[in-house]
Design a binder for this molecule. Structure first.
Ligand code: PLP
Length: 428
Protein backbone atom coordinates (compact mmCIF):
# COMPACT_ATOMS: atom_id res chain seq x y z
CA UNK A 1 0.00 0.00 0.00
CA UNK A 2 1.23 3.49 -0.73
CA UNK A 3 0.03 7.06 -0.93
CA UNK A 4 0.24 9.22 -4.07
CA UNK A 5 -1.08 12.78 -4.23
CA UNK A 6 -2.90 12.13 -0.98
CA UNK A 7 -4.74 9.09 -2.38
CA UNK A 8 -4.35 5.61 -0.98
CA UNK A 9 -3.24 2.97 -3.45
CA UNK A 10 -3.44 -0.78 -2.89
CA UNK A 11 -1.35 -2.97 -5.20
CA UNK A 12 -1.37 -0.22 -7.83
CA UNK A 13 -5.13 0.45 -7.61
CA UNK A 14 -6.51 3.77 -6.38
CA UNK A 15 -8.93 3.13 -3.55
CA UNK A 16 -11.25 5.94 -4.61
CA UNK A 17 -11.46 4.49 -8.12
CA UNK A 18 -12.32 1.05 -6.70
CA UNK A 19 -15.00 2.61 -4.50
CA UNK A 20 -16.41 4.51 -7.48
CA UNK A 21 -16.52 1.39 -9.66
CA UNK A 22 -17.80 -1.15 -7.13
CA UNK A 23 -19.52 0.99 -4.48
CA UNK A 24 -19.09 0.87 -0.71
CA UNK A 25 -18.80 -0.82 1.70
CA UNK A 26 -16.29 -2.88 -0.24
CA UNK A 27 -13.77 -5.50 0.79
CA UNK A 28 -10.63 -5.41 -1.35
CA UNK A 29 -8.30 -8.43 -1.28
CA UNK A 30 -4.83 -8.66 -2.75
CA UNK A 31 -4.04 -11.92 -4.53
CA UNK A 32 -0.32 -11.13 -4.48
CA UNK A 33 -0.34 -10.67 -0.74
CA UNK A 34 -2.25 -13.91 -0.10
CA UNK A 35 0.17 -15.87 -2.28
CA UNK A 36 3.19 -14.15 -0.77
CA UNK A 37 2.02 -14.80 2.79
CA UNK A 38 1.13 -18.42 2.11
CA UNK A 39 4.52 -19.15 0.56
CA UNK A 40 6.45 -17.32 3.27
CA UNK A 41 4.55 -19.16 6.01
CA UNK A 42 5.00 -22.58 4.38
CA UNK A 43 8.68 -21.99 3.62
CA UNK A 44 9.52 -20.71 7.12
CA UNK A 45 8.34 -24.05 8.51
CA UNK A 46 9.62 -26.30 5.73
CA UNK A 47 13.13 -24.83 5.95
CA UNK A 48 13.41 -26.33 9.44
CA UNK A 49 11.21 -29.41 9.03
CA UNK A 50 10.20 -30.50 5.53
CA UNK A 51 7.22 -32.68 6.37
CA UNK A 52 4.71 -29.85 6.70
CA UNK A 53 1.14 -29.50 5.42
CA UNK A 54 -0.43 -26.04 5.58
CA UNK A 55 -4.23 -26.09 5.68
CA UNK A 56 -5.51 -22.50 5.74
CA UNK A 57 -8.53 -22.09 8.01
CA UNK A 58 -11.49 -21.39 5.72
CA UNK A 59 -13.38 -19.78 8.59
CA UNK A 60 -11.08 -16.76 8.30
CA UNK A 61 -11.92 -16.25 4.65
CA UNK A 62 -14.04 -18.65 2.65
CA UNK A 63 -14.37 -17.03 -0.76
CA UNK A 64 -14.21 -19.54 -3.59
CA UNK A 65 -11.55 -17.44 -5.31
CA UNK A 66 -9.38 -17.47 -2.18
CA UNK A 67 -9.83 -21.22 -1.74
CA UNK A 68 -8.73 -21.60 -5.35
CA UNK A 69 -5.60 -19.49 -4.75
CA UNK A 70 -4.68 -21.71 -1.81
CA UNK A 71 -5.28 -24.84 -3.86
CA UNK A 72 -3.07 -23.53 -6.67
CA UNK A 73 -0.34 -22.92 -4.10
CA UNK A 74 -0.54 -26.57 -3.07
CA UNK A 75 -2.27 -25.94 0.25
CA UNK A 76 -4.70 -28.22 2.06
CA UNK A 77 -7.77 -26.86 3.84
CA UNK A 78 -9.10 -26.71 7.39
CA UNK A 79 -12.90 -26.92 7.33
CA UNK A 80 -15.55 -27.00 10.03
CA UNK A 81 -18.81 -27.54 8.18
CA UNK A 82 -20.19 -29.43 5.18
CA UNK A 83 -20.33 -26.12 3.24
CA UNK A 84 -16.65 -25.44 3.87
CA UNK A 85 -15.85 -29.02 2.89
CA UNK A 86 -17.82 -28.63 -0.36
CA UNK A 87 -15.93 -25.40 -1.05
CA UNK A 88 -12.61 -27.18 -0.63
CA UNK A 89 -13.66 -30.07 -2.84
CA UNK A 90 -15.06 -27.70 -5.47
CA UNK A 91 -11.72 -25.87 -5.41
CA UNK A 92 -10.09 -29.22 -6.16
CA UNK A 93 -8.19 -29.51 -2.90
CA UNK A 94 -7.03 -33.11 -2.61
CA UNK A 95 -9.25 -34.79 0.02
CA UNK A 96 -6.16 -36.26 1.68
CA UNK A 97 -5.03 -32.68 2.42
CA UNK A 98 -8.30 -31.66 4.11
CA UNK A 99 -8.73 -31.49 7.88
CA UNK A 100 -12.25 -31.47 9.31
CA UNK A 101 -12.60 -29.82 12.75
CA UNK A 102 -15.26 -28.22 14.89
CA UNK A 103 -17.06 -28.80 18.17
CA UNK A 104 -20.12 -30.28 16.48
CA UNK A 105 -20.37 -32.50 13.46
CA UNK A 106 -23.77 -33.99 12.63
CA UNK A 107 -23.93 -37.65 11.73
CA UNK A 108 -24.63 -36.84 8.08
CA UNK A 109 -21.71 -34.38 8.03
CA UNK A 110 -19.43 -37.18 9.20
CA UNK A 111 -20.81 -39.53 6.56
CA UNK A 112 -20.13 -36.89 3.93
CA UNK A 113 -16.58 -36.24 5.20
CA UNK A 114 -15.69 -39.93 5.48
CA UNK A 115 -17.15 -40.83 2.10
CA UNK A 116 -15.19 -37.91 0.60
CA UNK A 117 -11.97 -39.49 1.97
CA UNK A 118 -11.07 -36.46 4.09
CA UNK A 119 -7.48 -36.89 5.30
CA UNK A 120 -8.09 -36.13 8.97
CA UNK A 121 -11.28 -35.77 10.98
CA UNK A 122 -10.62 -34.57 14.50
CA UNK A 123 -13.04 -35.80 17.14
CA UNK A 124 -13.99 -33.19 19.69
CA UNK A 125 -15.50 -35.53 22.30
CA UNK A 126 -15.90 -39.20 23.27
CA UNK A 127 -19.39 -39.23 21.84
CA UNK A 128 -18.13 -37.86 18.54
CA UNK A 129 -15.60 -40.70 18.35
CA UNK A 130 -18.52 -43.09 18.63
CA UNK A 131 -20.46 -41.20 15.95
CA UNK A 132 -17.41 -41.31 13.68
CA UNK A 133 -17.19 -45.06 14.10
CA UNK A 134 -20.90 -45.49 13.28
CA UNK A 135 -20.65 -43.20 10.26
CA UNK A 136 -17.56 -45.05 8.99
CA UNK A 137 -19.38 -48.35 9.29
CA UNK A 138 -22.40 -46.92 7.49
CA UNK A 139 -20.40 -45.61 4.51
CA UNK A 140 -18.08 -48.65 4.57
CA UNK A 141 -14.90 -46.63 4.60
CA UNK A 142 -12.39 -46.18 7.42
CA UNK A 143 -12.46 -42.81 9.14
CA UNK A 144 -9.07 -41.04 9.19
CA UNK A 145 -9.30 -40.15 12.83
CA UNK A 146 -7.61 -37.62 15.05
CA UNK A 147 -8.57 -36.31 18.45
CA UNK A 148 -8.57 -32.68 19.48
CA UNK A 149 -6.87 -32.51 22.84
CA UNK A 150 -7.48 -29.64 25.22
CA UNK A 151 -3.97 -29.05 26.57
CA UNK A 152 -4.95 -26.75 29.43
CA UNK A 153 -2.81 -23.90 28.23
CA UNK A 154 -3.31 -20.18 28.66
CA UNK A 155 -2.72 -18.08 25.55
CA UNK A 156 -2.45 -14.33 26.08
CA UNK A 157 -5.23 -13.08 23.83
CA UNK A 158 -8.79 -11.80 23.95
CA UNK A 159 -10.85 -14.12 26.22
CA UNK A 160 -13.13 -15.03 23.29
CA UNK A 161 -10.08 -16.17 21.33
CA UNK A 162 -8.54 -18.46 23.96
CA UNK A 163 -9.60 -22.09 23.51
CA UNK A 164 -7.41 -24.40 25.56
CA UNK A 165 -8.34 -23.94 29.18
CA UNK A 166 -10.33 -26.38 31.25
CA UNK A 167 -13.41 -24.16 31.15
CA UNK A 168 -13.50 -24.12 27.33
CA UNK A 169 -15.82 -26.31 25.31
CA UNK A 170 -13.21 -27.63 22.92
CA UNK A 171 -11.70 -31.08 22.65
CA UNK A 172 -11.02 -33.92 25.03
CA UNK A 173 -9.25 -32.96 28.23
CA UNK A 174 -5.51 -33.77 28.36
CA UNK A 175 -5.98 -36.11 31.32
CA UNK A 176 -8.46 -38.20 29.32
CA UNK A 177 -6.46 -38.32 26.11
CA UNK A 178 -4.80 -41.73 26.61
CA UNK A 179 -8.16 -43.28 27.49
CA UNK A 180 -9.69 -41.81 24.34
CA UNK A 181 -6.87 -43.11 22.14
CA UNK A 182 -6.99 -46.54 23.80
CA UNK A 183 -10.71 -46.78 23.05
CA UNK A 184 -10.33 -45.52 19.51
CA UNK A 185 -7.41 -47.87 18.78
CA UNK A 186 -9.63 -50.88 19.49
CA UNK A 187 -12.13 -49.81 16.87
CA UNK A 188 -11.63 -51.35 13.40
CA UNK A 189 -13.71 -48.63 11.69
CA UNK A 190 -11.41 -45.88 12.90
CA UNK A 191 -8.00 -45.47 11.36
CA UNK A 192 -6.41 -43.50 14.18
CA UNK A 193 -3.61 -41.44 12.70
CA UNK A 194 -3.76 -37.96 14.16
CA UNK A 195 -3.85 -35.54 17.03
CA UNK A 196 -4.98 -31.94 17.09
CA UNK A 197 -4.81 -28.90 19.30
CA UNK A 198 -5.62 -25.25 18.72
CA UNK A 199 -4.79 -23.16 21.76
CA UNK A 200 -6.33 -19.89 20.63
CA UNK A 201 -6.15 -17.11 18.10
CA UNK A 202 -4.25 -13.89 17.56
CA UNK A 203 -1.37 -15.04 19.76
CA UNK A 204 1.64 -12.74 19.66
CA UNK A 205 4.03 -14.44 22.08
CA UNK A 206 6.25 -17.31 21.03
CA UNK A 207 6.57 -18.91 24.48
CA UNK A 208 3.11 -20.46 24.44
CA UNK A 209 3.74 -22.04 21.02
CA UNK A 210 6.99 -23.59 22.36
CA UNK A 211 5.11 -24.96 25.36
CA UNK A 212 2.29 -26.23 23.18
CA UNK A 213 4.55 -28.07 20.75
CA UNK A 214 6.58 -29.66 23.55
CA UNK A 215 3.36 -30.78 25.22
CA UNK A 216 1.90 -32.17 21.96
CA UNK A 217 5.02 -34.10 20.99
CA UNK A 218 5.38 -35.52 24.51
CA UNK A 219 1.77 -36.66 24.40
CA UNK A 220 2.20 -38.31 20.99
CA UNK A 221 5.10 -40.36 22.40
CA UNK A 222 2.90 -41.42 25.33
CA UNK A 223 0.00 -42.33 23.03
CA UNK A 224 2.21 -44.38 20.72
CA UNK A 225 3.73 -46.22 23.70
CA UNK A 226 0.45 -46.81 25.53
CA UNK A 227 -1.66 -47.94 22.58
CA UNK A 228 0.68 -49.30 19.92
CA UNK A 229 -0.71 -46.71 17.50
CA UNK A 230 1.53 -44.65 15.28
CA UNK A 231 0.41 -41.06 15.07
CA UNK A 232 1.48 -39.76 11.67
CA UNK A 233 -0.30 -36.39 11.56
CA UNK A 234 0.21 -33.86 14.32
CA UNK A 235 -2.10 -30.92 13.78
CA UNK A 236 -0.84 -27.82 15.55
CA UNK A 237 -3.94 -25.69 14.80
CA UNK A 238 -3.65 -22.02 13.92
CA UNK A 239 -3.35 -19.02 16.17
CA UNK A 240 -0.43 -16.94 14.94
CA UNK A 241 -1.36 -13.29 15.46
CA UNK A 242 -1.32 -10.42 13.01
CA UNK A 243 -0.12 -6.82 13.47
CA UNK A 244 -3.52 -5.18 13.38
CA UNK A 245 -2.16 -1.83 14.44
CA UNK A 246 0.68 -0.46 12.35
CA UNK A 247 2.70 0.20 15.46
CA UNK A 248 2.13 -3.27 17.03
CA UNK A 249 4.25 -6.21 15.97
CA UNK A 250 3.22 -9.83 15.76
CA UNK A 251 5.71 -12.67 15.61
CA UNK A 252 7.33 -13.25 12.25
CA UNK A 253 6.70 -16.55 10.48
CA UNK A 254 10.32 -17.47 11.21
CA UNK A 255 9.92 -16.79 14.93
CA UNK A 256 6.75 -18.88 14.95
CA UNK A 257 8.45 -21.75 13.11
CA UNK A 258 11.42 -21.63 15.46
CA UNK A 259 9.16 -21.59 18.53
CA UNK A 260 7.41 -24.75 17.38
CA UNK A 261 10.25 -26.66 15.84
CA UNK A 262 13.73 -25.73 16.94
CA UNK A 263 13.74 -27.53 20.31
CA UNK A 264 11.95 -30.56 18.95
CA UNK A 265 13.87 -31.90 15.96
CA UNK A 266 15.24 -34.93 17.81
CA UNK A 267 11.81 -35.75 19.24
CA UNK A 268 10.23 -35.51 15.80
CA UNK A 269 12.83 -37.94 14.44
CA UNK A 270 12.08 -40.31 17.32
CA UNK A 271 8.37 -40.05 16.49
CA UNK A 272 9.10 -41.21 12.93
CA UNK A 273 8.95 -37.76 11.28
CA UNK A 274 5.18 -37.32 11.30
CA UNK A 275 3.44 -34.76 9.09
CA UNK A 276 2.97 -31.50 10.95
CA UNK A 277 -0.29 -29.84 9.97
CA UNK A 278 -0.80 -26.09 10.41
CA UNK A 279 -4.11 -24.24 10.18
CA UNK A 280 -3.28 -20.55 9.90
CA UNK A 281 -6.15 -18.14 9.41
CA UNK A 282 -5.35 -14.52 10.06
CA UNK A 283 -1.59 -15.00 9.70
CA UNK A 284 -2.14 -15.48 5.96
CA UNK A 285 -5.13 -13.33 5.00
CA UNK A 286 -5.56 -10.57 7.59
CA UNK A 287 -3.18 -8.09 6.00
CA UNK A 288 -4.30 -9.04 2.49
CA UNK A 289 -7.59 -7.17 2.83
CA UNK A 290 -8.90 -3.66 3.38
CA UNK A 291 -12.45 -2.42 3.82
CA UNK A 292 -13.49 0.74 1.99
CA UNK A 293 -16.31 2.65 3.61
CA UNK A 294 -17.85 6.03 2.89
CA UNK A 295 -18.62 8.75 5.44
CA UNK A 296 -22.34 9.39 5.04
CA UNK A 297 -22.86 11.64 8.05
CA UNK A 298 -20.39 13.78 9.97
CA UNK A 299 -21.63 15.22 13.26
CA UNK A 300 -20.55 16.37 16.67
CA UNK A 301 -22.22 14.88 19.73
CA UNK A 302 -21.16 16.66 22.94
CA UNK A 303 -17.39 16.82 22.60
CA UNK A 304 -17.15 13.76 20.31
CA UNK A 305 -16.77 13.85 16.56
CA UNK A 306 -18.76 11.12 14.88
CA UNK A 307 -18.54 9.91 11.32
CA UNK A 308 -21.39 7.56 10.46
CA UNK A 309 -20.03 5.26 7.79
CA UNK A 310 -21.70 2.67 5.59
CA UNK A 311 -19.77 -0.30 7.08
CA UNK A 312 -20.99 -1.45 10.47
CA UNK A 313 -20.95 -4.48 12.73
CA UNK A 314 -22.98 -6.23 10.03
CA UNK A 315 -20.06 -5.71 7.61
CA UNK A 316 -17.16 -6.11 10.00
CA UNK A 317 -17.85 -7.63 13.40
CA UNK A 318 -14.41 -7.76 15.00
CA UNK A 319 -14.53 -4.34 16.72
CA UNK A 320 -17.93 -5.09 18.31
CA UNK A 321 -17.17 -8.72 19.16
CA UNK A 322 -13.56 -8.52 20.32
CA UNK A 323 -13.09 -4.77 20.84
CA UNK A 324 -10.55 -5.14 18.04
CA UNK A 325 -8.71 -1.99 17.00
CA UNK A 326 -7.92 -1.57 13.33
CA UNK A 327 -5.92 1.17 11.73
CA UNK A 328 -8.04 3.51 9.57
CA UNK A 329 -6.78 5.77 6.78
CA UNK A 330 -8.67 8.61 5.09
CA UNK A 331 -8.17 7.11 1.64
CA UNK A 332 -8.87 10.27 -0.37
CA UNK A 333 -6.96 12.61 1.97
CA UNK A 334 -4.15 10.40 3.16
CA UNK A 335 -1.43 13.09 3.15
CA UNK A 336 -3.35 15.69 5.13
CA UNK A 337 -2.31 16.40 8.70
CA UNK A 338 -4.17 14.18 11.15
CA UNK A 339 -5.36 16.46 13.90
CA UNK A 340 -8.89 15.45 14.90
CA UNK A 341 -10.23 12.51 16.90
CA UNK A 342 -13.22 10.68 15.42
CA UNK A 343 -15.43 7.77 16.31
CA UNK A 344 -16.70 5.77 13.36
CA UNK A 345 -20.24 4.50 13.84
CA UNK A 346 -21.98 2.05 11.51
CA UNK A 347 -25.55 1.99 10.17
CA UNK A 348 -26.95 -0.45 12.76
CA UNK A 349 -29.23 0.57 15.61
CA UNK A 350 -26.80 -0.55 18.30
CA UNK A 351 -24.57 1.61 20.47
CA UNK A 352 -21.93 -1.08 20.05
CA UNK A 353 -21.93 -0.64 16.29
CA UNK A 354 -18.67 1.31 16.25
CA UNK A 355 -16.01 0.36 13.73
CA UNK A 356 -13.28 2.43 15.40
CA UNK A 357 -13.03 4.75 18.37
CA UNK A 358 -10.79 7.79 18.65
CA UNK A 359 -9.03 7.49 15.31
CA UNK A 360 -6.91 10.52 14.54
CA UNK A 361 -7.63 11.82 11.06
CA UNK A 362 -8.13 15.02 9.08
CA UNK A 363 -11.47 16.75 9.82
CA UNK A 364 -13.78 14.25 8.13
CA UNK A 365 -16.50 15.41 5.77
CA UNK A 366 -19.49 13.66 4.30
CA UNK A 367 -18.37 11.80 1.18
CA UNK A 368 -14.86 11.06 2.46
CA UNK A 369 -13.60 7.55 1.83
CA UNK A 370 -11.99 5.56 4.64
CA UNK A 371 -9.93 2.39 4.46
CA UNK A 372 -10.00 0.02 7.44
CA UNK A 373 -6.81 -2.04 7.30
CA UNK A 374 -6.07 -5.72 8.02
CA UNK A 375 -9.58 -7.01 7.53
CA UNK A 376 -8.87 -9.96 5.20
CA UNK A 377 -9.48 -12.45 8.02
CA UNK A 378 -12.78 -12.77 9.89
CA UNK A 379 -14.11 -9.82 7.88
CA UNK A 380 -16.56 -10.88 5.22
CA UNK A 381 -16.74 -14.36 6.73
CA UNK A 382 -18.43 -12.90 9.82
CA UNK A 383 -20.69 -10.46 7.95
CA UNK A 384 -24.45 -10.68 8.47
CA UNK A 385 -27.73 -9.17 7.34
CA UNK A 386 -28.39 -7.58 10.72
CA UNK A 387 -30.72 -4.57 10.43
CA UNK A 388 -31.60 -5.67 6.91
CA UNK A 389 -28.20 -4.66 5.59
CA UNK A 390 -26.92 -6.50 2.52
CA UNK A 391 -23.57 -8.21 2.78
CA UNK A 392 -20.94 -6.18 0.92
CA UNK A 393 -19.18 -6.78 -2.37
CA UNK A 394 -15.65 -8.18 -2.45
CA UNK A 395 -13.05 -7.39 -5.07
CA UNK A 396 -9.85 -9.29 -5.77
CA UNK A 397 -6.89 -7.36 -7.09
CA UNK A 398 -4.48 -9.26 -9.30
CA UNK A 399 -1.81 -7.18 -11.02
CA UNK A 400 -3.62 -4.54 -13.05
CA UNK A 401 -6.95 -6.34 -12.77
CA UNK A 402 -9.65 -5.79 -10.17
CA UNK A 403 -12.52 -8.25 -10.31
CA UNK A 404 -15.57 -8.91 -8.19
CA UNK A 405 -15.31 -12.23 -6.39
CA UNK A 406 -18.54 -11.63 -4.51
CA UNK A 407 -21.24 -9.25 -5.62
CA UNK A 408 -23.17 -7.06 -3.21
CA UNK A 409 -26.26 -8.85 -1.96
CA UNK A 410 -29.62 -7.77 -3.32
CA UNK A 411 -32.86 -7.58 -1.38
CA UNK A 412 -34.10 -10.62 -3.32
CA UNK A 413 -31.02 -12.63 -2.27
CA UNK A 414 -31.40 -11.54 1.33
CA UNK A 415 -34.95 -12.83 1.56
CA UNK A 416 -34.59 -15.81 -0.77
CA UNK A 417 -34.98 -18.30 2.09
CA UNK A 418 -38.05 -16.63 3.63
CA UNK A 419 -41.45 -18.32 3.37
CA UNK A 420 -44.95 -17.13 4.21
CA UNK A 421 -47.33 -19.76 5.65
CA UNK A 422 -50.57 -19.93 3.69
CA UNK A 423 -52.68 -18.41 6.49
CA UNK A 424 -50.48 -15.28 6.35
CA UNK A 425 -50.30 -14.88 2.60
CA UNK A 426 -51.82 -11.78 1.01
CA UNK A 427 -55.56 -11.81 0.34
CA UNK A 428 -56.27 -10.61 -3.16
N1 PLP B 1 -7.95 -23.94 13.62
C1 PLP B 1 -9.00 -23.94 14.46
C2 PLP B 1 -9.48 -25.24 15.00
C3 PLP B 1 -9.63 -22.75 14.80
O1 PLP B 1 -10.68 -22.77 15.64
C4 PLP B 1 -9.15 -21.53 14.26
C5 PLP B 1 -9.79 -20.27 14.60
O2 PLP B 1 -10.76 -20.16 15.30
C6 PLP B 1 -8.07 -21.59 13.37
C7 PLP B 1 -7.48 -22.79 13.08
C8 PLP B 1 -7.50 -20.34 12.76
O3 PLP B 1 -7.06 -19.47 13.73
P1 PLP B 1 -6.19 -18.19 13.38
O4 PLP B 1 -6.96 -17.37 12.44
O5 PLP B 1 -5.98 -17.52 14.69
O6 PLP B 1 -4.91 -18.69 12.80
Amino acid sequence: MRIEDGRLIIDGHLCDELAKEFGTPLYVLSENRIRHNYRAFQEALARIYPNVLVCPAYKANWHLAVARIYQMEGAGAEVVSPAELKLALESEVEPEKIVYNGPLKKFEDLEFAISSSVGLINADSFSELKKMQEAARRVRKPCNTGIRVNLGMRAETHPHLATALREHKFGIWLGDAITAYTLAAKNPDLSVIGIHSHIGSNITQSQVFSEMSASMFRLVGQINDATGLKITKIDMGGGLGSSYQVESSAMTYEEYAAAILSQNMLTLRQLGEPTLVFEPGRAIVADAGILLTRVDVAKRQGDINWAIVDAGMNTFLRPALYQAKHHVVAANRASEPRTVSFNLGGPCCESGDVIAKGIISPMLKEGDLLAVLHVGAYGFSMASNYNGQPRPAVVLITGTKSELIRRRETYEEMIAGEMIPSHLSKQF
